[in-house]
Design a protein around this ligand. Structure first.
Ligand code: SF4
Ligand code: SF4
Length: 252
């Protein structure tokens, strides 16, 4: 018997004898596979409600567990099967915190590609819900602040400040924040790529997308890096946005 979603069953709960003969009948192989029951006695139904009450978690209860999200998730399919958005939502709603904690090392690995959200037939904002689950776990001291949250903070701050995403500024600002020395021109104080002690891996990481850009796009990016374009009336809107985000607890 094949196990559906084997990654959800801990190896120690799977019992299978290499060779098993019962009443003279050889039932070796998959036929003698047994899954020991899981004993759960610690539900916390408030957990799901807490996730629901975060700005990112509002759609958690729309999920009807079809697993389209998991089937389309690159992290689940190409990195680690334990990363399973459908299952995280299931555990969070039931308040099975122990089970969530067993997976906390993979839960922050989402790359925000939004395939899950795009495919979900119930309109669940899957990526946001996963972040909300992690947020509640961190608030309760059940998980450390996940590493990608640092980037999320930086990204959000950049968008709120300028009203748009500026790739070059975001990339070099992030590199600088990681402790690497970024050289800047003395007048506009803008970063000069690849001058200084840029590590090799970072050069390659940056060069890859640059090589695939056409010249017009490259020039446009360079221009935007030098003279940051402004979104019209953004300063007024920014104040309102910050206030709303603060009220909703959405500012990191
Ligand atoms: S695709 Fe949507 S409804 Fe289906 S399991 Fe994922 S979140 Fe739930
Ligand atoms: S956004 Fe995250 S959870 Fe959704 S498909 Fe992409 S990696 Fe998976």
């Amino acid at each position: 018997m094949a196990i559906h979603e084997r990654s959800l069953v801990e190896p120690e709960r799977i019992v299978r004898k290499e060779r098993l003969v019962i009443d003279g009948v050889d039932v070796s192989g998959d036929w003698n596979l047994l899954i020991l029951p899981r004993v759960i006695n610690d539900y916390d139904l408030d957990f799901g409600k807490e996730v629901l009450n975060t700005p990112e978690g509002k759609t958690i209860n729309q999920c009807y567990q079809c697993s389209y999200c998991t089937a389309s998730c690159p992290i689940h399919n190409y990195w680690d099967e334990r990363y399973n958005p459908r299952h995280f939502i299931y555990l969070a709603r039931l308040g099975m915190i122990d089970e969530l904690q067993k997976r906390v090392d993979v839960m922050w690995r989402c790359v925000s590609c939004h395939k899950c959200t795009h495919r979900c037939p119930k309109g669940v904002l899957v990526e946001e819900v996963i972040k909300a689950i992690l947020k509640v776990m961190a608030k309760r001291g059940l998980a450390e602040e996940y590493p990608s949250k640092k980037f999320d903070k930086f990204f959000t701050e950049s968008v709120v400040e300028y009203g748009r995403i500026e790739d070059g500024e975001l990339l070099f600002g992030w590199i600088e924040k990681q402790g690497y020395k970024v050289f800047k021109d003395p007048i506009l104080k803008k970063p000069i790529p690849f001058v200084g002690d840029t590590p090799e891996w970072l050069k390659q990481l940056t060069m890859k997308p640059i090589k695939s850009m056409n010249i017009d796009f490259l020039l446009l990016n360079a221009k935007h890096m030098l003279f940051h374009p402004k979104t019209k009336n953004w300063n007024k809107f920014k104040q309102v946005l910050r206030k709303v985000m603060q009220e909703e607890g959405a500012l990191h």
